[in-house]
Design a protein around this ligand. Structure first.
Ligand SMILES: Cc1cc2nc3c(=O)[nH]c(=O)nc-3n(C[C@H](O)[C@H](O)[C@H](O)COP(=O)(O)OP(=O)(O)OC[C@H]3O[C@@H](n4cnc5c(N)ncnc54)[C@H](O)[C@@H]3O)c2cc1C
Length: 391
């Protein structure tokens, strides 16, 4: 490893890879991506990778809308269009309807639907609690590692240098600006711009440049269950379900299998050291998630558990990412803290962050709302109607 890079990116997840790819496509000369293990070793490789557009602010929803289009067209082999149904308390029906109108106003294909229509979409649903429902027919989910591999291949093809198995120990600061990265081995690599895309590890890395990132690392857990079989045929795939009443989300997974996760991210245990956190799931969590889904899809009470896994969320106080250059340390760009919903946004965020680095400002989406200083300014990202924790 010698010479000077134009941009160093720390972190080989979907964000780091997407930014690297776009930087090269914008003509940046030497782009070096440093990953301490392998690409996809962090949250990206373990993600539910659900791509829905239901957000409560226009900017995040538009990022999800355009990124979904990218995944569906550019990575069609790894994208499964399944549609998504959202369930909330009937008392929130009016707020949900307002949010649906907000989404429709920016071109997102979504609508409220009554329970009879929901039952037509999937007759296995249990709807006795008369939930408020909306549907997003274009939503889908990705094979997370298929996407990581695709981004990695494309990044390598356009000339991004990938240094895997190397840990960035600290950001080197000189004259008040980021000037490079020191690796665990002691090697120093210099660059004009350093991008911190280290997700759950972003806080400690930023601290080496005296930057405080308000990121709390938690451990969400996901369970896998085999849907009941009729003879040898498993019950077919269902749409994605985001159920705010029973507090879970679910999507189809490998043939015959369903992935289930919890939606109450405040309840996820905090992780003191992401490097030492076991990746398994607690037995009582498997049980809990299976009970939750059986309340919405009763036949899942006959599902067979295949265990699950635990991974990491990097959560910020408003559950939105921290993106932008730090005024206290020129040349240091953070793109982290996606609070459990970053996979779906990576294509557009990568494009915008690359634009920000090369040309200044942003291109199609104004990411200023995610600026690092917003918490100190008392201006967290807020939804227009704020009826859920879906962002
Ligand atoms: C269980 C689970 C389910 C999820 N479901 C969804 C979903 O359905 N939809 C959705 O949109 N999002 C979902 N997410 C969130 C989404 O997966 C993440 O927001 C996204 O993958 C973050 O990507 P990233 O590139 O920022 O981070 P990561 O993929 O975590 O990448 C960061 C990388 O940085 C590396 N690294 C860290 N520190 C250093 C260092 N010092 N030196 C070198 N390398 C370093 C790590 O090894 C890691 O590979 C889910 C997350 C989890 C955990």
């Amino acid at each position: 490893m010698s010479g000077k890079a134009d941009v160093i990116i720390v972190g080989g997840g979907v964000m780091g890879l997407s930014i690297a790819l776009h930087l090269r496509q914008l003509g940046v000369g030497r782009v070096l991506l440093i990953e301490k293990r392998f690409c996809g070793a962090g949250s990206s490789g373990k993600s539910g990778a659900i791509c829905r557009q239901h957000y409560s602010n226009e900017i995040t929803a538009a990022l999800a809308r355009d990124s979904l289009r990218w995944y569906a067209s550019e990575c069609a082999a790894h994208f499964h269009r399944s549609g998504c149904l959202f369930f909330t308390d009937p008392a929130q029906a009016a707020t949900m309807a307002l949010n649906v109108e907000l989404l429709r106003s920016i071109g997102i294909n979504t609508e409220m639907c009554d329970t009879a229509t929901a039952a037509e979409i999937d007759p296995r649903l249990g709807l006795d609690d008369a939930p408020a429902v909306c549907v997003e027919p274009d939503a889908g989910w990705c094979d997370a590692l298929g996407i990581v591999d695709t981004l990695q291949e494309r990044a390598a093809t356009v000339g991004v240098e990938l240094l895997c198995g190397a840990r960035a120990e600290r950001v080197v600061v000189s004259g008040g600006r980021a000037a490079g990265v020191e690796l665990e081995s002691g090697t120093r690599v210099t660059a004009d711009v350093i991008v911190n895309a280290a997700n759950a590890w972003a806080g400690p890395l930023a601290a080496t440049a005296d930057i405080n990132l308000p990121i709390r690392v938690t451990k969400p857990q996901i369970a896998f269950s085999l849907r009941p079989r009729d003879g040898h045929a498993a019950s077919p795939a269902h749409p994605i379900i985001a159920d705010l009443i029973h507090g879970f989300y679910a999507r189809a997974d490998l043939p015959g299998q369903t992935l289930i996760g919890g939606l109450d991210i405040e309840a996820d245990p905090e992780v003191p050291d992401p490097d030492r956190e076991p990746e398994g799931i607690a037995d009582d969590m498997v049980e809990d998630l299976n009970q939750r889904i059986a309340r919405r899809i009763p036949e899942m009470s006959r599902s067979r558990s295949r265990g699950g896994m635990g991974a990491l969320y990097a959560c910020t106080p408003d559950h939105h990412a921290i993106i932008g250059t730090h005024s206290e340390c020129a040349g240091l760009v953070t793109c982290a803290g996606f609070s459990g919903h970053g996979f779906k946004l990576a294509p557009e965020i990568g494009r915008e962050v690359a634009h920000h680095i090369v040309k200044g400002g942003y291109d199609r989406h104004d990411l200023e709302i995610y600026r690092p200083s917003r918490f100190a300014e008392g201006q967290p990202v807020r939804g227009r109607y704020e009826y859920s924790l879906l962002g």
